[in-house]
Design a protein around this ligand. Structure first.
Ligand code: ADP
Length: 437
């Protein structure tokens, strides 16, 4: 069923009003028609009642149609408006449309067809305009919301940047503190070690057995403390990028044998066999011998520390002509896959409690990790709880100086199927679990 339209005719001429009414009736428009004779009454009725369309005579007794349209516009009264113009009003039509009229029709053209056509197209145009207005309004609102959200994001980003700066500063101060403290503590520690060694020499007087025991303890504890201090110092230097590799050509198997012989007494004290196998066609490498030694000492002391019975193997071999592999393997407590990634982080240990069985700073593997990255190498870890661990270090035969790769993960998938903890931290299998760094 066709909708009933509420139509208002604003015209002071009774004949014209009748013409419009009869044309609309003849056209079959279902309507509720109201009529007023001047713009004052038109404004009053339009202020209180909603109409589907208004036919407005341009020439009204009190003021012209343009004036009324402007008043309606400034009062935000919206309605489809068709202005009926007379002879000579043609030049005003553009202004009428600009002011807000929906359409215009010359009175001389009024007929049932034209009037109903103008009526329907005015209503259609008006509704389309309303929809466009609504969409514009929604766009404006969402634009405002987006602007607000953007502002909020910018504010949060600024806060994060501020916090980052604070964190960087705190981390810089922490590194500085660690470096200063460990450096300052090393001087008295060296004196303690030096004087204990002097006291143990017979030419400075014979000590009783009890005194010798005590001085030896001072010496051993001093050495241990110095080692811890050196770890902290190295770590803070590595963090600040202040540690340089001093590369030279040397025989890597000689260094390995030297470290193994230095550590043998520690292994023997725990009844562990310490086996070493060097399988190199060419034992010469270009690297920093002090740092290679440090890596080995760390890996070996961990292997000894975390193994209660069984064996420890150290192996060095060539992977290719340009790559050398050092392997340290034990039959110790092993490492669970969930800990593979964390143990390479600074100050991280599998057992983080203060009552833990195994002492240490938790810096050894973090230092090894950084050094191996600097050397352009990779670390692979293969371990199974209760069975043992294997740390494999792959290094270029000749390192490039300076190799600044501290932020580049050394971890990758190994040809042997070693798994990177970063890529698969929860990897577990019935076989020995593996990881690479
Ligand atoms: P630290 O030995 O001083 O605790 P590391 O960085 O050298 O620190 O090692 C971190 C942790 O990794 C150790 O606390 C231990 O939990 C684990 N870990 C390292 N090496 C081994 C190993 N060979 N066997 C078992 N666990 C190990």
């Amino acid at each position: 069923m066709e909708e009933t339209l509420k139509i208002l005719v604003v015209d002071d001429d009774e004949v014209d009003r009748i013409a419009i009414r009869s044309a609309l009736t003849t056209a079959g428009v279902q309507m509720e028609l109201s009529e007023v004779g001047d713009s004052h009454d038109a404004f009053s009725i339009l202020s209180t009642t909603a109409y589907d369309c208004v036919f407005l005579d341009y020439r009204l007794p009190d003021r012209d149609g343009l004036n009324l349209i402007q008043q309606l516009h400034s009062s935000e009264i919206k309605v489809p408006l068709v202005v009926l113009t007379g002879q000579g009003d043609e030049q005003i039509t553009l202004k009428l449309l600009e002011a807000g009229a929906t359409d215009y029709l010359s009175k001389s053209r009024i007929s049932p067809e034209t009037l109903s056509q103008v009526l329907r197209s005015a209503i259609r145009i008006y509704r389309a305009e309303m929809q466009a207005d609504l969409a514009n309004q929604q766009i404006r609102e969402s634009h405002e919301q987006l602007t607000c959200k953007n502002q909020e994001l910018e504010r949060q980003q600024q806060q994060i940047q501020m916090q980052n700066l604070k964190l960087l500063e705190a981390s810089r101060l922490k590194s500085l503190f660690l470096a200063t403290m460990s450096h300052e503590l090393r001087t008295p520690m060296n004196a303690i070690i030096g004087f204990s060694q002097i006291l143990l020499r017979p030419k400075f007087g014979q000590l009783t057995q009890q005194q010798t025991d005590m001085v030896e303890r001072i010496l051993n504890n001093g050495k241990h403390l110095l080692m811890l201090l050196n770890e902290v110092l190295d770590f803070s230097k590595l963090e600040e990028g202040g540690l340089d590799l001093k590369a030279e050509i040397f025989d890597v198997s000689k260094i390995i044998n030297l470290v193994v012989s230095e550590m043998r007494s520690l292994a023997e004290a725990k009844n562990l066999s310490l086996l070493v196998q060097s399988d190199l066609q060419n034992p010469l490498v270009f690297n920093d011998p002090v740092r290679i030694k440090q890596i080995l000492i760390n890996l070996l002391s961990n292997a000894i520390k975390f193994t209660e019975s069984g064996e420890i193997w150290v192996e060095v071999k060539e992977l290719t002509a340009n790559r050398v592999v050092i392997i340290v393997q034990d039959t110790g407590i092993g490492i669970a896959p969930r800990d593979f990634k964390h143990i390479f982080e600074a100050f991280r240990q599998v057992d983080q409690t203060i009552t833990r069985k195994y002492p240490g700073t938790g810096l050894g593997l973090a230092i090894i990790d950084s050094l191996v990255r600097m050397m352009g190498g990779k670390i692979f870890l293969k371990s199974k709880l209760g069975v043992g661990s294997m740390f494999k270090i792959e290094l270029p035969r000749q390192i490039t100086l300076p190799t600044v790769a501290a932020n580049t993960p050394a971890s990758q998938l190994d040809n042997d199927g070693f798994v990177c903890p970063g890529k698969n931290p929860h990897h577990s299998s019935s076989q020995a679990n593996t990881a690479s760094r």
